[in-house]
Ligand binder design. Sequence first.
Ligand SMILES: NC(=O)c1ccc[n+]([C@@H]2O[C@H](COP(=O)([O-])OP(=O)(O)OC[C@H]3O[C@@H](n4cnc5c(N)ncnc54)[C@H](O)[C@@H]3O)[C@@H](O)[C@H]2O)c1
Length: 336
Amino acid sequence: MSPPRPIRAAIIGCGSYGAEHAAFLARHPGARLLAVADVDERRAAEFHRKFGTAYGTADVARIWADPEVDAVWICTQHDTHAGLAAAAAGAGKHVFVEKPLALTMRDCDSAIAAVERAGVVGMAGFKFRFFPAVQAARAFLGRPMLTVAHVIDDRWPEEFWANDPVKGGGNVLSEGCHIMDLVLHLNPSPAVRVYAEGGNRHHPSRDIVDTAAITLGFADGAVANVAIGDVGQPPHASKFALQQSDGQLSFSLHQRLNTLVTRAGRQVTEHPPHEEAGAAVIDTAFLAAIAGGLPSPCPLRAGRRATAVLLAAIESLRTHRAVDLAGESFAAAMTL
Ligand SMILES: NC(=O)c1ccc[n+]([C@@H]2O[C@H](COP(=O)([O-])OP(=O)(O)OC[C@H]3O[C@@H](n4cnc5c(N)ncnc54)[C@H](O)[C@@H]3O)[C@@H](O)[C@H]2O)c1
């Protein structure tokens, strides 16, 4: 029996995180990085040379029209994700969309509709779900009562594109979606209510939310506290950390969620830490779903859910009122 044909991949957006995916795809035996595209022609040409692709182009339509391309990775600024995802799906390509899926519910909805209509595999770029330590933590404790989690980065430069309200959305929407997805993923019961304090604390020239302390309530009575902001990484816990307790068992994930410590009774177990897992773990899962004809292990609906809860949190911190996630504005976005 001949081995399965490698999945022929294209990357849209030849920047810093496109390079992470390109480096993985260029060496993975189950993939062939066929093409790269960027509105900046020089960047596309540089990736083409560096990763040995068949071509690099500034014309994204060339990727859609290329019958050889099976799957695309969208690694561009956030306001372009939904349009590119819809175009890729419309051309019959499986589509990986870097986080956040989009910054508005309308954009999230249009990307999901296009992917579901086309019947292709759509993957939201929440890599932390696939980290070995995170998966071990989820297997250890299935029904948390209390979650405490954060993503706290160093201060983002004022002019950084992710601080642009349209292109990036600011730290809470931009990076906060990673930890929000994980908190929702690690709570089996749906989130029903959110309350938040915060706002724009230190980017006076930008109309964004850079800092938030968010409280979530879940249908089964579980609760979560989620802190997000580019206010200075905590040196011990690291930029990303998450802990859960269920009344008996507890765990801490720290060192960017690569290190797991579990506690059962008085027995504390320090599990061997992993190397930074990076994009390889989620790309492997995406390729496996395509090759096996399986449903997405992280559907675009998860991207919409994380954005929806963060938009509700932003509404809450502006109004100083809790937002009902089961209410009309958000209920549809909470279903996966
Ligand atoms: N998962 C993670 O841990 C992680 C880490 C960093 C960045 N990201 C995400 O990756 C994405 C890209 O971020 P980055 O830091 O690589 O940005 P970047 O600015 O380094 O690169 C983005 C590239 O996209 C190109 N581009 C913009 N619009 C385009 C379009 N319409 N068509 C084709 N090319 C276009 C730009 O010219 C640029 O080269 C973002 O969604 C970001 O949030 C994810």
